[in-house]
Each structure stands twice: as structure tokens, then as C-alpha cells.
Write a protein that binds this ligand. Structure first.
Ligand code: S3P
Length: 184
């Protein structure tokens, strides 16, 4: 069965946004980036939203807007890195949704996002010791990311290559066959 939509999960810097854009364009599907949707809806950046309302309010908002998109077919959704921490989000995905975990190592995260502008736009990494923060968050979240149907390594690979691997898996129907049973 070829999935009707794809949901990308993974840590900050795993490439969810760029892979999502690339995969959607290859499939001729729509791409939605939940963080960008929140920013345009709220009229603030994610960092500003965190500063004003806090993480808990952000989590409530991302949980609330998810079903507004995930019901649509022919859609690739890029989630934020902490989306998986919202209870019940995987179960809320409709049947025929392929969830894909984009794996990234701690060192690659630090290379890609924990410095400069990448860090400035990611409030959770604005700590005195980003490396320790990444370690702690990755450890806590890994079991949640692993709930996805498929997982793909992204270290030292371009978003293009990662999107290609997902695309090929979908086209070869080399995807989990129990996509209809989610939440059953
Ligand atoms: C977060 C990741 C960010 C954004 C917010 C919180 C997280 O998304 O949703 O800053 O908790 O890991 P990206 O993974 O796209 O950076």
C-alpha cells in the first residue's frame, strides 16, 4: 500500500523541513511545516512564542493544529522536534499515514544547529551548555521518535539524499504494511 501522507519526526537539525519540502516536490504533494504554520498564524517567531507563552502553551498549540493538516491526503508534514512529546499525537494520525524518523547524532546536531543563528531560532538550545542539553533531550526523546513506522539516518547525508530514500521506499511499497492498524 502506498501511503496517503507522510509525517516527518526527529530532533532539531535532523532536516525535517528541508527533507519534507524536497519529498513533497518529488511526489507532487503539498508540504506543511507545522512550525512555520504556527509562526504565520500567531504572527511571531517560535522563539518569541516560547518567550511570551512558554513551552507548555507551545505544545498545546502544536497538538491542536496537527489534525487540521493531517487529515489531508497527498501531504508531507514536517513536525517540530518536540512534537513527539505531546501525548497521543502518533495515535491521532489517520490510517495510511507513514511516519518517518529522521535520525541525527548529537555531534551532527551541534554542527548543524547548536551554533549561531540555528541556536538563536531554537529556544530550547539557548542554554549555557547546548551539548549537554542536546544529550539530555535526545536521550529522553529517542524512544518517542522510534515509534515512527520507519527510521532513516541523516548524518553526512543531504536532504536530497534522505528524501530520495523515503521516496524510493514509498514507490517500491517497501513501507510497513500495518499503516491501517494505527490506533486500533
Ligand atoms: C523544538 C524544535 C523546534 C521548534 C521548537 C521546539 C523542540 O523545531 O518546534 O523550537 O522541542 O525540539 P525544529 O525541530 O524544526 O527545530
Amino acid at each position: 500500500m502506498i501511503p496517503e501522507r507522510v509525517v516527518l519526526v526527529g530532533f532539531m537539525g535532523s532536516g525535517k523541513s528541508r527533507v519534507g519540502r524536497e519529498l513533497a516536490s518529488r511526489l507532487g504533494w503539498r508540504h506543511v511545516d507545522l512550525d512555520r504554520e504556527i509562526e504565520s498564524r500567531e504572527g511571531v517567531t517560535i522563539a518569541e512564542y516560547f518567550a511570551r507563552h512558554g513551552e507548555q502553551a507551545f505544545r498545546a498549540l502544536e497538538t491542536r493544529i496537527t489534525p487540521e493538516f493531517t487529515g489531508d491526503p497527498r501531504l508531507v508534514v514536517s513536525t517540530g522536534g518536540g512534537w513527539v512529546t505531546n501525548p497521543g499525537v502518533f495515535e491521532s494520525l489517520p490510517p495510511a499515514t507513514l511516519s518517518v524518523y529522521l535520525r541525527v547524532s548529537r555531534d551532527e546536531v551541534l554542527r548543524r544547529v547548536a551554533r549561531g543563528s540555528g541556536r538563536a531560532t531554537r529556544p530550547l538550545l539557548s542554554t549555557p551548555d547546548p551539548a549537554a542539553t542536546v544529550d539530555d533531550l535526545l536521550k529522553a526523546r529517542e524512544p518517542l521518535y522510534r515509534r515512527a513506522d520507519m527510521s532513516i539516518d541523516t548524518d553526512r547525508r543531504s536532504p536530497w539524499e534522505v528524501a530520495e530514500e523515503i521516496y524510493r521506499a514509498m514507490m517500491s511499497e517497501n513501507v510497513p504494511t500495518d499503516l491501517n492498524e494505527r490506533g486500533a
